[in-house]
Ligand binder design. Structure first.
Ligand code: 3EB
Length: 353
């Protein structure tokens, strides 16, 4: 996430710092994920050609905003398709789509959120087929009132129905080769989805401590969520690992429902298990907890100090984490942690760092 020679790499900075960057830096930006209570207004000032996801979530640690910025290499091209705003280089495409549920009417068998989700994912798949970036690396999903029930179904389950329908409609796998993802709840705002896709197939990684999410039993909703525990992407001389939103789930069950410290420890045990799988599959087995960049979604702001202390305990002094207030997709989950890492592969002979 930090290696400036990578074809795809990330950086984290505030919205204010983003706005002050020189034009040359901005010309390398594929897209940005901006979080702040007033992200919608503040990120307006970001150059219109940069796809920018704006999610109204409060940053809980330092500062009042955070942008996760993805950089490409070489000449970038941007465009719009339907409600999608995208930008790409020769290898990777970043896009963001926002859909308001009130644009959809409750049908006999589909809720507005289900329709919005299905429409968003269909637009993404059509765009990627058209521009020839068929492989999804990673989705970020933000849904207002994720735990609320309407039309007799939890809103996260409505989202899962729409998402899986779109995958099936486009002939995409809904088990096995599925992208990494996260799904979080915000207090308000449209359905907001960002994604990274490319021209090489990533490796989908599962966690042996957990049942694959795409095989969760029916008790969690009529359709299983369509995501893998992580995706490993090989781009040129680098590997990028996207660890999906990870929570205190063992098998398919939530564990430690009322103990935020134990949930944090269990979540990190899950991330460690995912890293072990990634290392087994990577060209260079060198991913470790200290080399990851974390985003920690915290349900109750009062839990921040305990979560931070436990994370510092698990990861050590090298901990690089940003904390945001968010609802998590099961009522009994108190946090969700996602992570990213990049490492350069061994250089070709004759090249030295
Ligand atoms: C879980 O493991 C926690 O629906 O895209 C994590 C990551 C979770 C992604 C998604 C949901 C999603 O089931 C929730």
């Amino acid at each position: 996430m930090h290696d400036t020679v990578s074809p795809l790499h990330g950086s984290n900075l505030s919205i204010a710092a983003f706005l002050k960057q020189p034009a040359q830096w901005k010309s390398s930006v594929l897209g940005a994920l901006c979080f702040s209570v007033d992200a919608v207004e503040r990120a307006m000032q970001i150059d219109v050609e940069i796809p920018c996801m704006r999610v109204p979530m409060q940053r809980l640690d330092a500062g009042d905003s955070i942008c996760e910025v993805w950089h490409g290499s070489g000449q970038l091209t941007q465009g719009r398709y339907g409600a999608i705003h995208y930008r790409h280089d020769d290898d990777v495409l970043f896009g963001v789509i926002e859909l308001t549920e009130t644009m959809f009417e409750a049908g006999a068998d589909k809720t507005p959120l289900q329709q919005a989700t299905e429409s968003a994912y269909r637009q993404v798949f059509t765009l990627l087929d058209t521009l020839h970036y068929p492989y999804l690396f990673r989705f970020w999903n933000y849904i207002a009132d994720i735990n609320t029930h309407s039309f007799g179904l939890e809103r996260y389950s409505q989202f899962n129905l729409g998402r899986q329908n779109a995958f099936l409609a486009h002939g995409r796998d809904v088990v096995g080769n599925v992208p990494a993802a996260c799904a979080l709840g915000s207090a308000q705002g449209p359905l907001t989805i960002a994604f990274l896709a490319g021209r090489v197939a990533p490796l989908s990684i599962e966690n042996p401590r957990q049942i694959s999410a795409y095989q969760y039993p029916q008790q969690y909703g009529p359709r299983s969520p369509t995501f893998s525990r992580a995706s490993l992407v090989r781009l040129g001389q680098d590997e990028v690992l996207f660890v999906s939103g990870t929570a205190s789930i063992v098998g398919h069950a939530t564990v430690h429902p009322t103990d935020v410290v134990a949930q944090t420890r269990e979540t990190m045990a899950n991330i460690e298990a995912v890293l072990a799988e990634a290392n087994r599959l990577a060209s260079q087995p060198s991913f470790d907890l200290a080399s990851l960049y974390y985003k920690v979604y915290v349900r109750h702001p009062a839990d921040l100090a305990q979560i931070r202390d436990e994370l510092a305990h698990c990861v050590g002094d090298a901990l690089k984490a940003v904390y945001l207030q968010a609802d998590v997709c099961r009522q009994d989950l108190l946090l969700e942690i996602e992570a990213t890492a990049a490492h350069p592969l061994a250089r070709m002979s004759g090249q030295r760092d």
